[in-house]
Design a protein around this ligand. Structure first.
Ligand code: C2O
Ligand code: CU
Ligand code: CU
Length: 512
């Protein structure tokens, strides 16, 4: 057998089926050679070159998913489930654990990196890991059909082709994504590229991830998780970066805050208590064209926003907070005021950075260029009162099922319309997410009877850049322009309110 590292991947699967089964493995071994795994099976011909890059652009990681504990409240530590990682090959800086956090290590790689990841399921139940926002072959996406049982290892190999941006990873087993993420399984996946590295943006200690989550607790400090099918589950306590009571101890400098709404259900409407401007420089798929300032930022579960925050004029000793303001119309218990994160200005430093006027270039899709410009794909959101759950495209999830309008042409620009207008059910906002894709929001239209709630959130929709998740409000229609991936196969689209997802508000689409 070859001493090629590709061939040393351990495909053992005691509890379930793994990234490659034995038959695939033997087939590949017969093909032989470095590119067989990535190039021959899952990547189209064009990717052979990237897959064959020298070793310095290749990283190999072990990613463990295991029970642990975290000191989230005074008294007994809280049982959690966490990711932890180990670098087998590549710079140790690829993984940054967050001390004291239940969150997984932040993975930071350059665009073009070949990732080999060995996911070890040390949980008492099946799981699979999904790379949220990353464009990769269907086989590597972490679809629930690839879930593996306790004790099993599932191996991934893919080339990171995404532009620089703040992506993330989390579990994706059928009907158990919500509870597994809530138990603590999630982490950031930051991609860097030359364009972004050339910009004078805050770096190092001034480039700060802010993962926003909420949790509720039982009296014995265990996590409380009993979602309902309407709002899902909104936790009473805000937890930032997996640390309760997190406070940003800042210098009088400019910060790049990478916000992720990592809540299961809670929508936030973010603003600083002292009026510090919300200057957005990036969205789900990385930098926008030029900075934009918003009165507040609306973020639903799954969404990311990058902010340029300028503290240089704040007095040392001052403190203020990032807050979630009130809003209406998104659900029964959505929209209550919450303090999100305190900021204390603790030291004076000199800052020389100036907000760049141009950040990036984005190829703007045009409706006229969509292959189906005259007849968009329409995916309605509707409540099924018999079952008591939300459906997408008139159906609930089935593992490998697609309808005719869910089969999409590879590498083709199309327009897709989501509607959330059906009467007769609970009216809540939904964060809709496509796997494997960054798209653009074409437009939003809201029925007049739903205008009030919409108005209380609309100025914070960061629709200016690449998106993989967007909020759709009750009574709203949202049109997207999406160029389907060139990777063929089954991918998911679903509601990222995780209790909705777990109740099968999820569907496959198949790239053909
Ligand atoms: Cu965060 Cu199916 O995704
Ligand atoms: Cu995803
Ligand atoms: Cu939903």
């Amino acid at each position: 057998m070859s001493d090629n590292p590709d061939m040393q991947v351990n495909y053992s699967n005691p509890g379930g089926h793994s990234g490659l089964d034995r038959r695939d493995f033997l087939k590949l071994a017969a093909v032989g050679g470095a590119a067989a795994f990535g190039g021959g099976l899952v990547l189209p011909r064009a990717s052979w070159a990237t897959a064959m890059q020298p070793d310095r652009d290749r990283v190999e990681l072990d990613l463990f998913m295991a029970p642990s504990t975290s000191q989230l409240r005074p008294g007994a530590p809280t049982p959690v489930w966490s990711y932890s990682g180990k670098v087998r090959k590549g710079s140790p800086n690829i993984l940054t654990p967050i001390p004291g956090s239940y969150l997984g290590p932040t993975i930071r790689v350059k665009r073009g990196t070949t990732m080999v990841v060995h996911m070890h399921n040390q949980l008492p139940e099946p799981t699979i890991t999904h790379w949220h926002g990353i464009d990769l072959p269907a086989r590597m996406d972490g679809h629930p059909r690839f879930s593996v049982g306790p004790g099993a290892t599932h191996s991934y190999k893919f080339v990171v082709e995404n532009r620089a941006g703040t992506y993330w990873y989390h579990p994706h087993p059928n009907m158990r994504t919500g509870i597994q993420a809530y138990m603590g399984l999630a982490g950031l996946f930051i991609v860097e590229d030359d364009e972004e590295q050339a910009l004078a943006l805050p770096r190092g200690a001034y480039d700060v991830p802010v993962v926003i989550q909420d949790r509720s607790f039982n009296a014995d400090n265990t996590l409380f998780y009993e979602p309902n099918m309407v709002d899902g589950l909104l936790g009473s306590d805000i937890v930032i970066n997996g640390i309760p009571g997190f406070s940003l101890q800042a210098a009088t400098r400019v910060y790049r805050l990478r916000l992720l709404n990592g809540c299961n259900s809670r929508i936030v409407k973010l603003a600083f208590s002292d009026g510090t401007p919300m200057t957005v420089i990036g969205t789900d798929g990385g930098l926008i064209e030029s900075p934009r300032s918003y009165p507040y930022i609306t973020m639903s579960p799954g969404e990311r926003v990058e902010l340029w925050v300028d503290f240089r004029d704040k007095p040392v000793g001052s403190s203020f907070s990032l807050q979630s303001l009130t809003f209406t119309g998104a659900g029964v218990v959505q929209g209550q005021f919450k303090n999100i994160m305190n900021v204390s200005i603790v030291r004076a430093e000199t800052e020389t950075l100036e907000l760049p006027s141009t950040l990036s270039t984005i190829q703007r899709y045009q409706l006229a260029d969509a292959a189906n410009a005259a007849s968009p794909r329409v995916y309605p959101i509707a409540w099924n009162s018999a079952v008591g759950g939300f459906m997408l495209n008139g159906r609930f999830f089935e593992m490998t099922d697609t309808l005719a309008n869910e089969r999409v042409p590879a590498d083709t620009l199309e327009v897709v319309k989501f509607t959330s207008t059906t009467a007769g059910g609970p009216r809540v906002a939904h964060p809709i997410h496509f796997h494997g894709r960054q798209f653009q929001i074409l437009d939003r239209t809201v029925q007049s009877s739903w205008q009030t709630g919409w108005n209380s959130l609309k100025d914070g929709f960061c629709d200016a850049g690449w998106k993989d998740t967007f909020t759709i409000m009750p009574g709203e229609e949202v049109r997207l322009l999406v160029r389907w991936t060139r990777h063929r196969g089954l991918f998911l689209y679903h509601c990222h309110n995780l209790p909705h997802e777990d109740a099968e508000m999820m569907r496959n689409y198949e790239v053909v």
